[in-house]
Design a protein around this ligand. Structure first.
Ligand code: BGC
Length: 886
């Protein structure tokens, strides 16, 4: 027997925890091992700092691998720790110690000495702007501020840690070197409440003697444009970006030194003439400041910064709960054709969120204008009408110093096509252009491929829509003047998202953004962070049914996927307050009141589903989940109370919405889908509802008629009622409306609307027509959990157990799925061999799973179900029974 191998060590869901917001961090790891039926029977966690061991759990008899709480002495602030784990197997043989993982404990609130600094106050908008000023622009977007501080050290430090954040966006430098690879740091939170700081080990960048710590500051979510309200497009949190940082230097002789933001810093404007998420960025390389971030800088033109307390009060400083955003992929752009204007149009072949990098050599003052669009119009010109007020143009002005590389720093666009206007005398083949995608660095956990090209393209489109929208918060879309964290979009997509990428830390952070936006009377918001959505309200826009309900649903799914009680415990009062908010307004258990912007089954096509029915169904879901969550938390009384509410809602639903002949008053696909999937119907009603749902689909010629809320349930419900034939047919459909329709028309991401573009009508309304909106990508959950068949087991959450129940379909041919859950890797891979199926299953050590064959297939002995422990298993199955298992 080979040894167990612990890997993927995580602390608080992070491979490297860069700052802790808890005194009891939790430790997790995954396991792999050869052979079958492998178990961990004991573990030992050892945590050390540079002086030695600070916590040794000792050998703990346990098969637990997830979220094991720290049990040592109080962790000190500003510490850098490493930890390893050793695991004993079923024969009591220890593994080799794992590779070490790092933890930065971060700075305790009391240890912050730094002050917020910013460029001196800028004249309010409306004053006459100097027309000859290079920094002048149509949108009054601010030039980036360069800030720097010289400091001296007597010796090279043995450890130097930088704690840094901004109101706005920053890029940090030490002695001319970029610190870390984060982009769009510190990410988006409600900056009036809290801001996250980042932690960087800069030991190798600091030297004995003179040093310079510097940063470039951009506007980002803080003072730049976010959202769609033209009357208050930007400045949602403040008027100018600010920096806060603290550098801790530790020397070999036991002494230490702190350098932090204070009045000794200097500031200047430089080559970034302006930068704004929606408008774009302009960079004039002629304005570069030589050596600005080194001790050799010429200091004329630099001014003192202003130390100030941001309005309406300094935000709370939290360590980052989520991975930073990074440049996660590079795609070469190829020249496609010339626009009418003569500009060159390039194609990335993929709709992305990010920016392009340009390599050019021009004369001093040569201007390169880069426009972005998701698609082309009928004349093959860039189609930008759907960007609404987002201008999405980057401009590079060359210095003339040989080959120059430009990419913007503080803006991003949603695009596939790029139109480049070149200066005279430069042709497209003298330019090299690369698309760079920018995303919160949630690690990729799922790889999946089927035997059907359309399904593969759909999976790719879902993946790329997730990639394009998971930037600090899950946004609706990355291109137009919106880019909000819309809650329903996220909740319908959450199960899908968790297969493709590790969203444990991402949700841990975003749940807090949502809770920060909860009103005093318990209303969760429509979007989080909340500020820019409606600048005229003093309180956040309360959540509509399906939107405000999102935190309950996502917290539950976070539990099922990661077995993390922490989120449930921490937010239990917030979740209950939301349920009470609905309950108070609706004493008769029909959700008519407190429905706010009641969006209903948003963007559905076909007959409209009654919004009150949708709202009430969702309320049932909330009560049902609260009861289950209370059970998990051991709150029996609360569980019973929420169960009772759920029962009352169900009774009211039945009497209000189920007709005497067992139909729903709103006779639509979505109405039956919600009623069936949420469990609102009695058994005989279920059968009628199932029959009616199928009739409605047939009447629509096999097409879906669902919006954001209904679509998620479509294929799962069809499978649950025994109609996976229909589910597969709908998945493969290419006529309108269907997923395949967008693919047939060239989609490389998920469209916001089923009819974003049709041959008959062309583009949908310019008012709302994104081509990168993941909500309809919620079908990914069915492809993963049913077609590939890797699903969580509610009785054994966190993938300590799993249900493996694929659907074998000749029309799909094969499916190969690999999902790396927190405890380890699951594989389900099936291929048809004639009329038989070869099914390969891989289960990580320590897990026991339930296998379920599709109807019509059986294991040896005629069984349909079986349980299996870890290892690599091969089945050769025929419809009449298993031929082999090894
Ligand atoms: C967004 C959606 C969101 C919706 C709410 C739209 O503008 O793009 O994704 O959920 O508004 O109705």
């Amino acid at each position: 027997m080979t040894l167990l191998i612990p890997y993927n060590l995580r602390c608080e869901h992070m491979f490297t925890a860069r700052g802790l917001n808890t005194s009891v961090p939790r430790f997790s790891w995954a396991l792999e091992a050869e052979g079958k039926d492998r178990w961990q029977t004991a573990y030992r966690v050892e945590l050390r700092n540079e002086d030695g061991i600070i916590w040794d759990s000792g050998k703990v008899p346990s098969n637990q691998t997830q979220l094991i709480p720290y049990g040592g002495p109080r962790l000190s602030s500003d510490a850098v720790l490493t930890w390893i784990v050793t695991c004993w197997d079923e024969n009591n043989t220890p593994s080799a110690p794992s590779k070490p993982a790092m933890i930065f404990t971060g700075l305790a609130a009391a240890d912050w000495e730094a002050e917020w600094i910013a460029r001196y106050f800028v004249l309010p908008a409306g004053r006459e702007a100097p027309a000859d000023n290079i920094y002048d622009n149509l949108w009054q977007a601010r030039p980036a501020d360069y800030v720097r501080r010289d400091f001296a050290t007597s010796q090279a430090p043995i450890r130097a840690t930088l704690y840094i954040t901004a109101l706005g966006l920053y890029e940090a430098y030490m002695n001319g070197q970029r610190v870390g690879e984060d982009v769009m740091a510190p990410g988006w939170t409600d900056y009036h409440t809290r801001v996250e700081y980042q932690v960087h080990d800069v030991t190798d960048l600091v030297r004995a003697g003179n040093n310079v710590l510097g940063a470039i500051l951009g506007e980002g979510w803080y003072s730049g444009r976010v959202g769609h309200n033209q009357r208050r497009a930007g400045n949602h949190y403040g008027g100018r970006p600010a920096l806060l940082c603290q550098l801790h230097l530790h020397y070999g002789d036991g002494t230490s030194q702190i350098v932090c933001t204070d009045e000794h810093w200097q500031t200047r404007q430089g080559p970034i003439c302006y930068s704004d998420f929606l408008m774009g960025e302009m960079y004039d390389a002629r304005l570069e400041i030589a050596n600005w971030n080194t001790p050799d800088c010429e200091l004329s033109g630099w001014q003192r910064v202003e130390v100030f307390v941001p309005d309406p009060g300094a935000p709370q400083l939290d360590a980052a709960r989520v991975q930073p955003a990074r440049e996660v992929a590079r795609l070469p752009a190829s020249f496609s054709h010339h626009a009418r204007s003569g500009a060159a149009i390039f194609d990335l072949g993929q709709n992305i969120a990010g920016y392009v990098e340009l390599r050019v050599s021009g004369r001093s003052g040569d201007r390169f204008t880069i426009r972005h669009a998701e698609t082309l119009d009928a004349d093959r010109e860039l189609y930008t009408a759907n960007l609404r007020h987002a201008v999405a143009i980057d401009i590079f002005v060359a210095s003339g110093n040989g080959t120059e590389t430009f990419k913007p720093r503080f803006t991003f666009h949603g695009f596939r096509y790029v139109e480049l206007t070149l200066p005279d005398g430069i042709s497209p083949d003298q330019v090299s252009m690369t698309g760079i995608t920018v995303q919160t660095d949630t690690s990729v956990t799922g790889v999946i491929e089927t035997g059907h090209p359309l399904v593969n393209q759909l999976l790719s489109n879902i993946f790329w829509s997730q990639r394009g929208n998971f930037l600090s918060v899950p946004t609706d879309c990355p291109q137009r003047d919106e880019r909000y964290g819309w809650t329903a979009d996220a909740q319908v997509f959450w199960k899908t998202a968790g297969y493709f990428m590790d969203v444990s830390a991402f949700l841990t952070k975003w749940m807090l953004d949502i809770v920060d936006g909860q009103s005093r009377d318990g209303a969760f918001p429509d979007v989080a962070p909340t500020k820019p959505l409606n600048p005229y309200r003093l309180t956040p826009q309360p959540g509509a049914p399906g939107w405000g309900d999102a935190p309950v649903i996502m917290a539950w799914e976070h539990w099922l996927r990661y077995a993390d009680r922490g989120l449930l415990e921490r937010y239990w009062p917030a979740l209950e307050a939301w349920a009470e908010h609905i309950g108070r307004a609706n004493p008769d258990f029909i959700r008519r009141n407190a429905v706010y912007n009641n969006y209903g089954d948003w963007l559905s096509v076909g007959p409209v589903t009654d919004r009150t029915l949708v709202a009430t169904a969702y309320w049932y879901r909330v009560a049902d989940l609260l009861s289950r969550i209370a059970d998990v938390l051991g709150r029996a009384t609360d569980a019973a109370r929420h169960r009772q509410t759920a029962d009352s809602i169900r009774a009211a639903f039945t009497s209000a919405f189920v007709t005497a002949d067992h139909q729903l008053t709103s006779d639509t696909q979505t109405a039956y889908l919600l009623a069936l999937d949420f469990g609102l119907l009695a058994r005989d009603q279920r059968n009628h509802a199932a029959t009616r749902l199928v009739e409605l689909i047939k009447a629509a010629d096999g097409h879906l008629q669902t919006g954001f809320l209904g679509v998620r349930h479509l294929l799962p419900v069809l499978t649950a009622i025994g109609r996976d034939d229909l589910a597969v047919a709908m998945l493969l459909k290419e006529t309108y409306p269907s997923w395949g329709f967008s693919i047939a028309h060239g989609a490389t991401t998920i469209w916001e609307r089923w009819d974003g573009w049709t041959p008959q009508k062309g583009f949908q309304s310019t008012n709302m027509n994104s081509f990168n909106h993941y909500a309809y990508g919620s079908v990914g959950e069915w492809i993963w959990s049913r077609l590939a068949g890797i699903d969580w087991d509610p009785n054994s959450p966190g993938y300590m157990g799993a249900v493996l129940r694929p659907l074998f379909h000749q029309a799909i041919g094969s499916c190969r799925a690999m999902y790396t859950a927190h405890p380890g890797r699951f594989v389900s891979q099936w291929d048809f061999e004639g009329s038989n199926v070869k099914w390969i299953v891989e289960i990580p050590p320590n897990c026991r799973v339930q296998l379920e064959l599709p109807s019509g297939w059986q294991f040896a002995g005629g069984r349909h179900l079986t349980t299996l422990a870890s290892g690599h298993h091969r089945f050769l199955l025929s419809p009449t029974g298993a031929l082999a298992h090894s």
